[in-house]
Structure formats: C-alpha cells, structure tokens
Write a protein that binds this ligand. Sequence first.
Ligand SMILES: Cc1cc2nc3c(=O)[nH]c(=O)nc-3n(C[C@H](O)[C@H](O)[C@H](O)COP(=O)(O)O)c2cc1C
Length: 338
Amino acid sequence: MGENAWAYISTGTADELTLRSNREALERLRLQGRVLTEMSGAQTRLELLGDAYEYPVLLAPAAYHRLLHPEGEVATALGASAMRAGMIVSTQASVPVEEIARRATGPLWFQLYVQHDRAFTKSLVQRAANAGYRALVLTVDVPVSLRNREQRAGFRLPPGVAAVNLRGMVPPPPPRAEPHESEVFRGLLDGAPTWKDIAWLRSISPLPLLLKGIMSPADALRAVDEGVDGIIVSNHGGRALDTAPAAIEALPLIAEAVAGRVPLLMDGGIRRGTDVVKALALGARAVLIGRPYLHGLAVAGPLGVAHVLKILRTELEIAMALTGCATLRDITPEVIWR
Ligand SMILES: Cc1cc2nc3c(=O)[nH]c(=O)nc-3n(C[C@H](O)[C@H](O)[C@H](O)COP(=O)(O)O)c2cc1C
C-alpha cells in the first residue's frame, strides 16, 4: 500500500502507547500447554446473537477499504464470505451498504457512528436493516480523537474514495467557537451520542444492538442496564484514548462485572491463534481483527482477506490442540499460565 494509506491504517492516537500496549499485554500472557487430550470431534463452532458461526473471528469495522483495493468493502466481503466469517461494515465504508450486502454470502453486521443529523442516522440504520444486516454495532469510543503520526504524514483521502453512505446528510454546522473558545467542547462534540441515544436506537432498530469501545466495568454495567445485546471490549486499536490500557487487560474486569448477562467480544492486537485463545480464556465469546485483514486486502484483495482468516483459524485450532481444548467451551481461565 502507498505511504498515504499506510499512514491512515497503521497509526494510533498521540504517542501510540495504547496501540503498542495492545500487543505487549497479549505477548506477556502465557498459555498452559496440556497433553494427551482426546480431540476427536474437536471443533470451533459458536452461536452469537442467534446465528451460528464456524469460528470465533470476525472482521472489525474499518473505514474506506477502497484506500486499499479498488473494489473496497466488496472485495473484503467476498474474502470473508469465502471463509464464512462475519464482517462488520463501517458507517464510513467506501461502497454502499446495499451493494456489499448483495455481494456477500456470509453474515454482515452494520457499525454505526451516530451522526449529528439524527433523522439521517435513523434512515441509515433502516437501510442496513432492510439490506439484511444481522446486528447493529454502535461505536462509542471516538467522539473526538487525534492521530499525530497520520497528521504529520499529511494523510488525505484520494479522489474517488469517500464515505458514500453518508451522502445526502445535512452537513454538520461549522464550529461555532470563537478563537478564544474551546473547539472541542463547542464544536467537535456537538451532536455526539450519549446514553440517552441507546433507548432511542433500540426503539428505531429491529436489530440486536452491541456497543463497541467499552473499556470500563461501570460503562459495561450501564450498557447491560440499558438493554444492549452485546459488548465489544475495545480501545479502537489504539485510535481512541491514548494511555488507555490494552483491551486484553480490560476484558477480565468487564467479564467479571457483566457475569455472562450479554456476550462479550474483544479486539485490539489479535494477530495469532494463541491471541484468540487468550481472549476467549479471559471472557470473550469471539474476537475481531482489524489491521491484519486490511493488510491482506491491500496485498491480494478477496484472496488476501480469506488467507488471513485461514491462517488465523488454523493457528487457533493448533493452539486449541496444544492446550487440550476440543471446543471453545473448554477454553477457560485455566488455559492461562499463572
Ligand atoms: C484503518 C482503521 C479504520 C477503522 N475504522 C473504524 C470504523 O470506521 N469504525 C469503528 O468502529 N472502528 C474502526 N476501527 C477500529 C477497528 O474496528 C478495531 O477496533 C481495531 O482495528 C482493532 O484493533 P487491531 O487493528 O489491532 O486488530 C478502525 C481501525 C483501523 C485500523
């Protein structure tokens, strides 16, 4: 991929401490190997929000796949479908949600960024539901953020790549702040969603609702109280609050608070099958991957995405065999070496 796209894909916020810690924390964890376990009939199937999945890895929502491949999200969906993996399509997808749905044969979820224009937001949710998306993922962790490395690289969307699903929206009003006033509090945060929007979203959408970007047990409990159907523990791949802990560090605390009332998913730094095992051992039902499949997409389009999934799935099966886990249910906290 070109330098411009690389600046967008690879960066995290500010000093990228959280971006790095996602990997470092996973690398610090050790797995407890087990031997001579009966593995006949071993498999990786799971049920999530009423649908069956063959293995616990989904593609995380990411904006602008056409930065990486001319067919953008359609190419990604073809790769995911070939490997029967779930894919979460971003609000900032560079291909219309309906077109992605027409071409995909695997399950799609829709990731929502609530827009300041709530009527437009509602129509977007309805478009996704009408197109057959299976769940709504509300991302809550980046009302504002600043990626300095991307800024320094002078990243710009190339001509022809845009958030096409947001076309037709009333543009946000220009920031109202006078030069001596706060641009953040009086401009960028205008129209950002709050807890009040959760009940509203549930009232306008027939789809199961998940919150993505929860890192605090208190927020997780509030989300359960608000009636969400699932939580994605995530720091946005280090692109939201810098100096936040690794997602894998927040996961067990949130799992303890939520106590199985809704399924937990997790993302941030998942690169190997052993990482998937670690996340499941600490309370996740499934994981999402972001940058790995974006790299696959850039290298080889649908085949690249499928290949990344294939590698990860195979590694997961090997890690399960070597930790004596014949099914996902066998992946308990005892798998983590202490
Ligand atoms: C280039 C890029 C674009 C992203 N765009 C979105 C987005 O539009 N919506 C969203 O909820 N998360 C977005 N994310 C966050 C991912 O969904 C996910 O949380 C993160 O990439 C997981 O970490 P990983 O890349 O280490 O696997 C984006 C991440 C990257 C790297």
